[in-house]
Ligand binder design. Structure first.
Ligand code: ADP
Ligand code: MG
Length: 240
């Protein structure tokens, strides 16, 4: 579903991604781990062109989306993104947060968009929050809404950037449960996470990113139980 070839990203003189070759298959759950500042968010943001790669290619569903003629808006419709800080529209109700994209970008009727929104709200148990504003929700509820908002666009892949890092501990589980359910349904997911237990349980593959490259990748068993690289071992010894 996604390939990257020699992906590089620099900010001025700072080389953040130093050549990432990767592939993400349809239906796969890839968890991305690594030290703070190693380029995990930048990698994710390059996949949907929130950051423009400096060099290299991103091939999405067979198309080189780093080519100049790419319709970036179209690509982003197919790639849902969930951020650490939720990024909901604070001046809109929950229902409007969910329906604004489908109505404005995909041209759905209000009725169709709302029907879909309620169906998704039911799936995360938040139908009764449709008329509320983001400030009236807990962090865990906001993040479940952010996931629903992304799903309302019918994406082919979901990108998550530390979706539980801003949450109080007691709310982490409710968000991870929604993500687990999505994984079970076969959604293709790329998840930057510090939740090693989740990565072990739900991940099909794990990328360990360090200093802007994938230093090691493998199944959760390979990465967590038999890491080959010393730097992977050092990182895991600190977080496990
Ligand atoms: P991670 O998500 O692994 O913590 P990031 O991808 O956020 O790492 O950042 C990697 C490095 O790139 C950091 O040194 C960060 O300060 C830098 N960086 C990220 N985004 C920008 C930006 N927009 N401008 C300048 N530097 C950036
Ligand atoms: Mg980050």
């Amino acid at each position: 579903m996604i390939y990257t070839k020699g992906l590089k990203k620099s900010f001025g003189k700072l080389n953040v991604l130093n050549g990432i070759d990767s592939h993400i298959e349809k239906g796969e759950v890839v968890c991305v781990i690594g030290p703070s500042g190693s380029g995990k968010s930048t990698f994710l943001r390059c996949l949907n062109l929130l950051e423009e790669p400096t060099e290299g290619q991103v091939i999405f569903e067979g198309n080189d989306i780093t080519a100049p003629k790419t319709d970036i808006a179209k690509v982003r419709q197919k790639m849902g993104m969930v951020f650490q800080q939720f990024n909901l529209f604070n001046n809109m109700t929950i229902l409007d947060n969910i329906t604004v994209g489908p109505i404005r970008v995909k041209g759905l009727s209000k009725e169709a968009a709302e029907a879909k929104a309620f169906e998704l709200l039911d799936r995360v148990g938040l139908r009764e929050k449709a008329g509320s504003y983001p400030r009236e929700l807990s962090g865990g509820q906001k993040q479940r809404i952010a996931i629903v908002r992304a799903l309302a666009m019918d994406p082919d892949v979901m990108l998550f950037d530390e979706p539980t890092s801003a949450l109080d501990p007691e709310m982490v589980g409710e968000v991870l449960d929604v993500m687990k359910a999505l994984a079970k349904e076969g959604m293709t997911m790329v998840i930057v996470t510090h939740e090693m237990g989740f990565a072990k349980e739900v991940g099909d593959r794990v990328f360990f990113i360090d200093q802007g490259i994938i230093l090691e990748e493998g199944t959760p068993d390979e990465i967590f139980n038999h890491p080959k690289n010393q730097r992977t071992q050092d990182f895991l010894s600190k977080v496990l």
